[in-house]
Ligand binder design. Structure first.
Ligand SMILES: *[C@@H]1O[C@H](CO)[C@@H](O)[C@H](O)[C@H]1NC(C)=O
Ligand SMILES: *[C@@H]1O[C@H](CO)[C@@H](O)[C@H](O)[C@H]1NC(C)=O
Ligand SMILES: *[C@@H]1O[C@H](CO)[C@@H](O)[C@H](O)[C@H]1NC(C)=O
Ligand SMILES: *[C@@H]1O[C@H](CO)[C@@H](O)[C@H](O)[C@H]1NC(C)=O
Ligand SMILES: *[C@@H]1O[C@H](CO)[C@@H](O)[C@H](O)[C@H]1NC(C)=O
Ligand SMILES: *[C@@H]1O[C@H](CO)[C@@H](O)[C@H](O)[C@H]1NC(C)=O
Ligand SMILES: *[C@@H]1O[C@H](CO)[C@@H](O)[C@H](O)[C@H]1NC(C)=O
Length: 645
């Protein structure tokens, strides 16, 4: 009787163990894993059966019997999804040791499908370590059930660290006759999406909050002030995330950056697990990946030095010669000389005795410059010559003025290229908006940033940072570059600058246009859902709307509008100098002539003066007996004057 009892109980145990082997096989086939490792109770036959069943189902298998000290990390390390079963029905299984190690190496995520074989719910839950359980944890407990064979329970915890409670839900059943029946078929994220108001912690850097305002009001509020766009944007997105998953956020405000803190206060807060999420978008930099995890790049931004490009303050002495190339000028001069020669030759032929080379030259230059000239004779040869000179002069003149006009219309503003090298070489005065991350930007390893850093470090500490209003005023003054986040500074620029100044605004980037990320802590209980929700927010267009709301409009420069830009003194100077030069030369010649006349014809000169007086009184120029100007010239002069009228 006793023997029979022993035999029966043994048979029962064997049957039961055979059944767990089947369940393990069925469960992992359902989970579609290709590799399974297990912690068994050490029954050789039973392990052999499990192995055989799993291998037949196409899964590679390893099983560790209880009672051995093992290295959990080495045993469970994987790059693919791994099924893990753990038999905790035997007393010598080091359950809490395995769980604690698995927690330490964060083995309750997508990569692991756990199946726990227990005998009693309360005992199974006791030894559990759910400190790193999260919404993606795949953890099932199998318990015998007198009614329906076996019952599977789905176990997870949203976030124990923030007061989440263990949720144990019936996942399905296993019966010998109809096998595995799973009732929770929704995906994990969907069926666990309600966080029931769990209080997550979210940290961010906020610098300009007025003291009387609460942080939430400040981040949510429209407000008139345009500062702190980054945290406001990040907070709005994360509050959408928390709405989708029904959790709440406790906000942490950070407002200073320790000198010895290389990756920033937000990263260290996340690293210390004092916060789960960061609502302050931060730069993606490789050295930060050890402190926190990037959820998504979300916030497009850039920072730059801004200054005005003021047109050159230098005189361009050769500008009046520029419209024609040198050989064109040579050809014009040659043609003018030839014309003068031919004209004087024609005049000689026509026996106009008063005319010589100088008169021919005067006529030609007068025609070229679109000024008047006398009608010389009635002969056709000289007329043709005159027409030819006039047409030539017209063409040359038109080309010249067209070249000047087009040069003025197309005159480009020679803006600096977007290079920190150029900025460093420009010897411009530099300053920056007081930004918490400015030093972090300078720590970038790009060679141009490193080069620029030396220039920046040469600026006295007290002059490096100035308020935005002063910065904008100084940009306006010129020869001053101010570093700022365009979203902060554009509104002030739009108010303070006129159109021409806006068009002259030049930018040299320190932080190249890039997308800043929202970050979560490394344990990342909220990483997965934030990722899903942010993706949803992006695709639904909410993100774009927020970006548009939080970023400032670039001041508009009407590029296509034609300005009447005045000719500056620097452009006009060469012409004025030419005029001045001509006047001086004339004065000198006049002086020499006077001298010659005074010394040689001093008496006559007196008489001439009287005559001149009488002539001006008479207001006629028709007196023929002028002795001041030689007869030839005076005739011509008179004729020119006649034709001009
Ligand atoms: C259980 O495992 C842990 C970690 O692997 C180890 O420190 C501990 O000594 C083990 N306890 C027993 C009783 O084997
Ligand atoms: C759970 O595991 C973690 C990491 O190994 C450990 O720090 C913690 O103390 C464990 N908790 C319990 C309740 O054993
Ligand atoms: C489960 O185990 C605990 C202690 O290990 C025991 O007190 C309890 O009675 C057991 N429950 C059942 C239903 O067997
Ligand atoms: C437990 O999880 C299930 C889904 O797995 C869910 O329907 C239920 O509301 C959760 N219960 C609690 C108290 O969180
Ligand atoms: C969100 O959680 C709160 C607190 O548990 C609960 O009262 C509320 O019904 C939940 N909302 C949704 C939409 O599930
Ligand atoms: C920075 O220095 C402060 C004291 O000056 C110290 O408390 C803190 O731990 C240091 N932080 C780091 C990251 O070294
Ligand atoms: C000029 O006119 C005055 C009177 O107005 C006369 O006395 C003088 O002789 C005139 N001189 C000559 C050179 O004609």
């Amino acid at each position: 009787m006793h023997l029979l009892g022993i035999f029966l109980s043994q048979a029962f145990i064997i049957v039961a163990y055979a059944q767990t082997s089947l369940i393990i096989r069925d469960y992992f086939v359902y989970k579609k894993v290709t590799r399974v490792v297990g912690f068994s109770c050490g029954d050789v036959e039973d392990d052999f059966l499990t192995m055989k069943l799993l291998t037949d189902a196409g899964m590679s298998t390893a099983i560790k019997p209880a009672g051995f000290q093992i290295n959990v990390l080495r045993y469970l390390d994987t790059t693919r999804t791994l099924g893990v079963f753990l038999d905790m029905r035997c007393p010598n299984q080091n359950v809490s040791g395995i769980f604690d190690d698995a927690s330490a190496y964060r083995m309750f995520d997508y990569s692991y499908n756990w199946l726990i074989l227990g005998s009693n719910m309360s005992r199974s839950l006791q030894s559990l370590n759910d400190s790193v359980f999260s919404i993606v944890t795949d953890f099932a407990i199998l318990l015998p059930d007198p009614k329906s064979g076996y019952v599977l329970y789905d176990v997870y915890n949203h976030c124990k660290m923030r007061g989440g409670i263990l949720n144990v839900t019936r996942l399905g059943t296993w019966r010998e006759d109809n096998g595995l029946a799973i009732i929770l078929t929704d995906s994990k994220i969907i069926r666990r999406r309600d966080y029931h108001g769990l209080r997550a912690k979210s940290a961010g850097i906020v610098l300009h909050r007025p003291p009387h305002m609460s942080l939430v009001d400040y981040l949510e509020g429209e407000g008139l002030e345009v500062m702190d766009n980054w945290p406001k944007f990040g907070y709005t997105l994360l509050s959408h995330v928390s709405d989708i998953f029904n959790f709440t956020m406790d906000l942490i405000e950070i407002n200073h950056w320790e000198k010895n803190d290389s990756n920033g206060p937000l990263m260290s807060t996340l690293k210390r697990d004092e916060a789960d999420l960061g609502y302050y978008p931060s730069i993606l930099r490789i050295e930060r990946y050890g402190d926190a995890r990037v959820i998504f790049p979300q916030w497009p931004t850039r920072t730059c030095f801004m200054f005005r490009t003021i047109p050159a303050m230098k005189m361009k002495p050769w500008i009046i010669l520029k419209p024609f190339a040198a050989d064109t000028w040579y050809m014009i001069v040659v043609i003018v000389v030839i014309t003068v020669l031919i004209l004087s030759f024609i005049l000689k032929l026509e026996h106009v005795s008063e005319y010589g080379y100088s008169i021919s030259a005067l006529i030609t230059v007068g025609a070229l410059c679109q000024q008047g000239f006398p009608s010389i004779t009635d002969q056709s040869a000289s007329r043709i010559a005159l027409i030819q000179i006039t047409v030539f002069g017209l063409l040359v003149f038109n080309y010249y003025s067209a070249a000047i006009v087009s040069a003025r219309l197309n005159e480009p503003l020679h803006k600096m290229n977007d290079s920190l090298y150029s900025l460093a070489h420009s010897k411009m005065q530099l300053a920056a908006e007081k930004n918490i991350f400015f030093d972090f930007l300078l720590r970038n390893q790009r060679p141009d940033v490193q080069y620029f850093k030396h220039v920046w470090n040469a600026i006295p500490e007290s002059k490096r940072f100035i308020p935005i209003e002063d910065g904008v005023e100084k940009i306006k003054g010129g020869d001053f570059a101010f570093h700022a986040d365009p979203d902060d500074v554009y509104p002030s620029i739009e108010q303070a600058f006129d159109r021409q100044m806006i068009c002259q605004l030049t930018e040299v980037h320190l932080l190249q246009p890039s997308e800043l990320g929202l970050w979560s802590n490394l344990k990342s209980h909220f990483h997965e859902i934030s990722k899903i929700a942010l993706l949803k927010i992006s695709t639904s267009g909410l993100r774009r709307r927020e970006i548009r709301r939080r970023s400032a409009r670039r001041p508009y420069c009407p590029n296509d509008e034609i300005f009447v830009s005045s000719v500056t003194i620097y452009e006009a100077a060469p012409i004025l100098f030419l005029l001045l030069f001509g006047m001086i030369i004339s004065l000198i010649i006049f002086g020499i002539e006077q001298l010659v006349f005074y010394t040689m014809h001093s008496k006559r000169v007196r008489g001439i003066k009287n005559h001149m007086k009488n002539e001006t009184k008479d207001k006629t120029l028709s007196k023929d007996k002028s002795t001041l100007i030689p007869p030839k010239a005076s005739n011509l002069f008179r004729k020119i004057l006649m034709t001009r009228r």
